[in-house]
Write a protein that binds this ligand. Structure first.
Ligand code: IMP
Ligand code: MG
Length: 183
């Protein structure tokens, strides 16, 4: 539990910092065994920045030397619900033609964000795309897309922390949690 001083909201831990750190090392070993050539890691900003930073250092421990470039996408949300449009807020600087790309995102929910990113990078001629997400929600898929690697299956609740926000808040929490109703 983490008490928020300004709102009085409590965040219940779902995945702890220690658990996430362990899981990232497992994922990194799996990724290093996947045979990616000259791997380019592409975190989908903003929500994945904490996960991507930890995963990247896990990849280093697993012996990889990836490049990194960022794609900032905005999937418009009305509060906590996706309303369907995805825009590019910041495009890649590197050319992905012929590259092996590891896409990294925080949550696979409706699938619109990941599908958009995969289609974009495939259309630009990437040789191989491996999608890795921290959390997968099993419900609400609006687009048929799957991640190749999933750290955790996520309960069907709105989660925050470890980079993920609710209206700009809670990204700094070192764990993934849910907002508990006010007592
Ligand atoms: P999708 O396009 O609906 O799959 O949603 C993906 C994006 O929506 C994620 O990258 C998150 O940024 C955001 N998102 C979806 N569910 C949650 C949640 O429970 N908490 C915080 N952000 C979420
Ligand atoms: Mg996101």
């Amino acid at each position: 539990m983490d008490q928020d001083a300004t709102t009085g909201h409590t965040v219940e831990v779902i995945f702890s910092a220690e658990d996430i750190a362990r899981r990232i090392d497992e994922l990194a070993v799996t990724i290093s065994a996947a045979g990616l050539e000259r791997p380019l890691v592409v975190p989908i900003l903003t929500g994945s920045f904490v996960f991507a930073a930890d995963l990247l250092r896990g990849l280093h421990r697993a012996g990889m030397e990836p490049e990194v470039d960022f794609l900032a996408l905005s999937s418009y949300r009305d509060g906590t619900r996706s309303i369907g449009r995805v825009d590019i807020l910041r495009d890649l600087r590197l050319d992905v033609t012929g590259r092996d790309v590891l896409l990294v995102d925080d949550i696979l929910d409706t699938g619109r964000t990941l599908a958009f990113a995969k289609d974009l990078i495939a259309a630009r001629g990437a040789r191989r795309i491996v999608a890795c997400v921290l959390l997968e929600k099993k419900v609400r898929r609006a687009v048929a897309v799957e991640a190749d690697l999933v750290a955790y299956s996520c309960p069907p609740v709105f989660v925050v922390g470890y980079g993920m926000d609710l209206a700009g808040r809670y990204r700094e929490l070192p764990f993934v949690g849910r907002i508990a109703p006010n007592a």
